[in-house]
Design a protein around this ligand. Structure first.
Ligand code: T5A
Length: 215
């Protein structure tokens, strides 16, 4: 198990948890690639900049396809090579984000989004996905404290974030073998400890330590 994704509404604490887990895994001897969507390659980061700060109204279908384009590039250039090397990949958002935001939030056709994701990723799925579940108002409050003003997608407001959250919860209910849903209102250290416990329960850390010893 080497591909771990983090999902949730804006401000739920994914970036914080990716960094805490990265340092925990590295101190256990693992080689870790921490990456994000949209982003993770030069082209995908350029798409990200346009998507989050577009100066013109962005058509919902154009938005979806741009997230898909960034994902295809990211999967091919960054994620698959890292997994083939045996590295652990921590990904701040992946394909589920399009289902939650463009499917749940913008109400685009989720069957099409699933097909787009499969096309973009070649069917690659995370081994485990941590859903950091948080009240939508609390997520926006955290982001406001952090940055003062939101990006184009954050500015869609509370009702949008609520639909996104519901879509995530539905996905987690439908795929309990992949999703681990955590209460992201808990302090960051406690959320981190729960993530570590969930990974240990799947023999993840033990496996990595054994690999280091044998090297
Ligand atoms: N998007 C993305 C789509 O619409 N479709 C897609 O397919 C994809 C891939 C990405 C935007 O693009 C959208 C979703 C997003 O709107 P982004 O800037 O990457 O833009 O936005 P986020 O992914 O939401 O990242 P954020 O940085 O906004 O939020 P995080 O990473 O979830 O949260 P984090 O860790 O930065 O924490 C936010 C604040 O809360 C504090 C932190 O210190 C920080 O100040 N915090 C906590 N406070 C209290 N308790 C805790 N447990 C806390 N954890 C963190």
């Amino acid at each position: 198990m080497t591909f771990i994704s983090f999902e949730g509404i804006d401000g739920c604490g994914k970036t914080t948890q990716v960094e805490l887990l990265r340092s925990r895994l590295e101190s256990a001897g693992a080689i870790v690639i921490a990456t994000r969507e949209p982003g993770g390659t030069a082209l995908a980061e350029a798409i990200r900049a346009h998507l989050l700060a577009a100066s013109e109204a962005v058509d919902a279908r154009a938005e979806l396809l741009l997230f898909g384009a960034a994902r295809a590039q990211h999967t091919t250039q960054t994620i698959r090579p890292a997994l083939e090397r045996g590295d652990i990949v921590l990904c701040d958002r992946f394909a589920d984000s399009s289902l939650a935001y463009q499917g749940g939030g913008l109400e685009l056709d989720s069957d099409f989004i699933t097909r787009m994701n499969d096309f973009a990723t070649g069917g690659l799925q995370p081994d485990i996905t941590f859903l950091l579940d948080l009240d939508a108002a609390e997520g926006l409050r955290r982001r406001a404290i952090q940055r003062g003003e939101g990006d184009r997608i954050e500015e869609r407001g509370l009702e949008f974030q609520r639909r996104v959250r519901e879509a995530y919860l539905e996905m987690a209910r439908a795929a309990p073998e992949r999703f681990v849903t955590l209460n992201a209102a808990a302090p960051a250290k406690i959320v981190h400890n729960r993530i570590v416990r969930a990974l240990e329960a799947r023999y993840f850390f033990q496996f990595r330590k054994a690999q280091k010893t044998n090297a």
